[in-house]
Design a binder for this molecule. Sequence first.
Ligand SMILES: Cc1cc2nc3c(=O)[nH]c(=O)nc-3n(C[C@H](O)[C@H](O)[C@H](O)COP(=O)(O)O)c2cc1C
Length: 170
Amino acid sequence: MDAHECMRTRRTIRAYEETPLSRAMIEEIVDCGRLAATAMNNQPWSFVVVQEVAARARLQEILGHAEFLRQAPCCIVIFHREIDFAVEDASAATQNILNAAWAHGLGSCWIAGRGMDYAPRVAELLGAPKDLRLFALVSLGRPAENPQPEKRPLSEQLSWERFSEPSGDL
Ligand SMILES: Cc1cc2nc3c(=O)[nH]c(=O)nc-3n(C[C@H](O)[C@H](O)[C@H](O)COP(=O)(O)O)c2cc1C
């Protein structure tokens, strides 16, 4: 799958086969997060891979939502240092992880982390250093569903040169 097809076809997956994922594949996916665009090359992120059944169950319990975290064989937890552009940087890294997972035939779901009331408890559970903040969690596994959420058309979202009424030409 080339990059264009990957970005066009990726969809959030919340139902997974429970087959475990190889360490090598997970590392390749996280490595794509590591290489994301980042302001001033700050790279303010850190990643924790959680695979143990009990640990994923505990994470889900702390979150109080995202029940599929119990089924997904893997969860990548993304943290960031609190510096300028950290949110943009961590977003780029997280999206790279979603795309890399899809390119490997895996489904994933970006789960909210930053600013959520459970963020400090997730950080404590995973032993995060004091200078790191939770950004997001990404569940990961072989897809067991094929959702097709509706997407707004490009014609509603793209203007050329300046904002204008949608032309309907696209
Ligand atoms: C910042 C952010 C937070 C999200 N948080 C959650 C979440 O907590 N739980 C969840 O099930 N999906 C979450 N999602 C996934 C979105 O619901 C999903 O991306 C959206 O419905 C669009 O579907 P698509 O990814 O298949 O295009 C989140 C996505 C983003 C970008």
